[in-house]
Design a protein around this ligand. Structure first.
Ligand code: ADP
Ligand code: ADP
Length: 226
């Protein structure tokens, strides 16, 4: 687990679009921070910069005690969950969960242990031998989360992970996510355009508009003084 500190972060895309404008935000160790705002306000860009999937144009990004501006994604010790799941279609659930650890050279016994724990936590035990095509949307999203969990990273980054699910499933997955966070206590940054999701999940919510931070506060205080 680690604190994540954005200090005056900018993103200027080729062509001159300033997608993120001097964003400063401190996410505490173990905190669940939600980035919310209308489409195009820079949420995904901010998250992708933290993940290392997009270059940072200005400012400094710190994860734990390291400035990570120039570190490759794999060296940042964070795990990202995408809205389209990004599962390997030819692998079983079990293999999908184990793959990242195998690549990193984790010992076989340790992989087995972590996969079993994650599967239990996420209710995936009955589906370990299935391939993604034979899973529902919610089950696929659980596998995507499982892949992040088994890595035991310092932080989770999630980009609209529930937006491809139907309304009923979104509500139940929200509850699962809250439980998971309570249990693991891993620093999480969660991007959504859904205000209800932001209010129910976030320890704090950061509201972005036109690439700038408008306000950041607890859901209760944002709700009482919108
Ligand atoms: P959000 O996630 O809040 O919908 P984005 O971070 O995707 O917002 O986009 C922020 C702004 O940056 C938008 O104006 C978008 O069009 C622009 N943008 C996003 N990605 C790129 C890109 N690869 N190249 C140029 N402009 C981009
Ligand atoms: P989302 O809002 O769900 O992130 P988008 O459809 O906005 O998805 O963006 C999909 C992809 O296109 C992203 O990789 C994003 O960086 C890129 N993109 C978004 N806006 C632009 C843009 N104006 N120019 C180039 N690429 C863009």
């Amino acid at each position: 687990m680690a604190e994540i500190v954005l200090d005056g972060i900018d993103k200027i895309y080729a062509g001159g679009v300033k997608a993120v404008d001097s964003l400063s935000l401190q996410i505490e160790d173990g905190e669940f921070m939600v980035l919310v705002g209308p489409s195009g306000c820079g949420k995904s860009t901010a998250l992708r910069m933290i993940a290392g999937l997009e270059d940072i144009s200005g400012g400094t990004l710190r994860i734990g005690d390291r400035i990570v501006n120039d570190l490759a994604p794999k060296d940042r010790d964070i795990a990202m969950v995408f809205q389209n799941y990004a599962l390997y279609p030819h692998m079983t659930v079990e293999q999908n969960l184990a793959f990242g650890l195998k690549l990193r050279g984790t010992a076989k016994d340790e992989i087995k242990k972590r996969v079993a724990e994650a599967a239990k936590m996420l209710g995936l035990e009955p589906y370990l031998k299935r391939k993604p095509a034979a899973l529902s949307g919610g089950q696929r999203q659980r596998v995507a989360m499982g892949r992040a969990i088994v890595r035991e990273p310092q932080a989770f980054l999630m980009d609209e992970p529930l937006s491809n699910l139907d309304a009923k499933l979104r509500v139940s997955m929200r509850a699962s996510l809250s439980q998971l966070h309570e249990r693991l206590g891993v620093t999480t940054i969660y991007v959504t355009h859904d205000q209800v999701e932001a209010m129910t999940l976030g320890d704090r919510v950061a509201v972005l508009r036109d690439g700038k931070l408008q306000q950041v506060d607890t859901p209760k205080r944002l709700f009482d003084h919108p």
